[in-house]
Design a protein around this ligand. Sequence first.
Ligand code: C2E
Ligand code: CA
Ligand code: CA
Ligand code: CA
Length: 278
Amino acid sequence: VKEQGKNSFQFYTPDMNEMVSKKMKLEIGLRKGLERGEFHVFYQPQVDIISGNVIGLEALIRWQHPEWGVISPAEFIPLAEETGLIIPIGEWVLYEACRQSKTWQNEGYPPLRMAVNISSRQFQQSNLLEVISKTLKETGLDPQYLELELTESIIQDSKYAISTMQQLKTMGIHLSIDDFGTGYSSLSYLKLFPIDTLKIDRSFTSNIFVDSKDAALVHTIINMAHNLDLKVIAEGVESQEQLHFLEQRQCNQAQGYLFSRPISTDEMSVFLKEHYSR
Ligand code: C2E
Ligand code: CA
Ligand code: CA
Ligand code: CA
C-alpha cells in the first residue's frame, strides 16, 4: 500500500487505511499460518436427543497465532473466503478431520459422523469431488462417516449445486444445511436438493425463551423438516430448558455448550472415553 503514494488513496480516510492494512496483515498472517502449522481443528459433539448418545462431531478450525494469540474463525474465515485462502485452509481442515476420525475408529471408539464446514467458495471449486474422494481414500475414512455442512449461499447456482450434491450423495456422504433460516433464500430448494439434515441456527435456539416468535420458528422448522423426511439438529443449545423444549418438539439432535464447548483432539479423546464408560 505504501509504495503506491498517497494520491491514489485520496478517497480513503485514515481509518479506512488502517482497516486496509489490518486486513493485509491478517491475510499475510493467514498464508504464513498455513505454512507454519498454526491452525488446529477443535471438535464439538452432536448428541442424539432421545438416547443422549454422541453420534457425531463438528470440526471447527482454530488459529493460534504466535503473537496475536487465538483468532476466532468469525474473524478470519470471511477474509479467507474473500482472498481464496479458504480453499487450502478448507482442504486442510477436511483432511485433518477425516484423518482424526479414522484414528479414533482405529483406537476402538464407536464410529462417529464427522461434520465439516464447507464454504460456498470451496463448494464451487471444480475439483471439489476429486479433493473429497482423494481425502477419503488417503485417510481411509468410510464416506458414510463424513457429513458436509453447507450454507444456503451455495444455491446461487442451483443447477451446479444440485448435480454436485447428487454426486456427493452417490459417494455415500451426508449433507446438511447449516445456519438454516438465516440465508433469506426461498424454501423451494429444499425439494430440489438431496440433503439429509437441517441445522437450526444458534440465533433461533438461543432465543427460544426470549422471543415467542423464535420458539414458533424452531417448532415450525422441526415440523417442516420431518414432513420433508429430513433430520433436524439444533445448534447453540446451552440449557436443559432449551433441550427439553427441543425434545418435546421431536428435534432429533442437539449441539452446544450444554454438552461441551468445541475442544482439542486430546480433550475430545478424554471426553469420548468418559462418555462411553457411563
Ligand atoms: P457455525 O458453523 O455455525 O459453527 C457454530 C459456532 O457456534 C461455532 O463457533 C461454535 O463454537 C459456536 N457454538 C457452538 N455451541 C455453542 C453454544 O452453545 N453457545 C454459543 N454461544 N456458541 C456455540 P466458531 O467455532 O467460532 O465458528 C464460527 C463460524 O466459523 C462457524 O459457524 C463457521 O461458519 C465458521 N467456521 C469454523 N470452522 C470452519 C471451517 O473449518 N471451515 C469453514 N468454511 N468455516 C468454518
Ligand atoms: Ca457449522
Ligand atoms: Ca450457525
Ligand atoms: Ca456457518
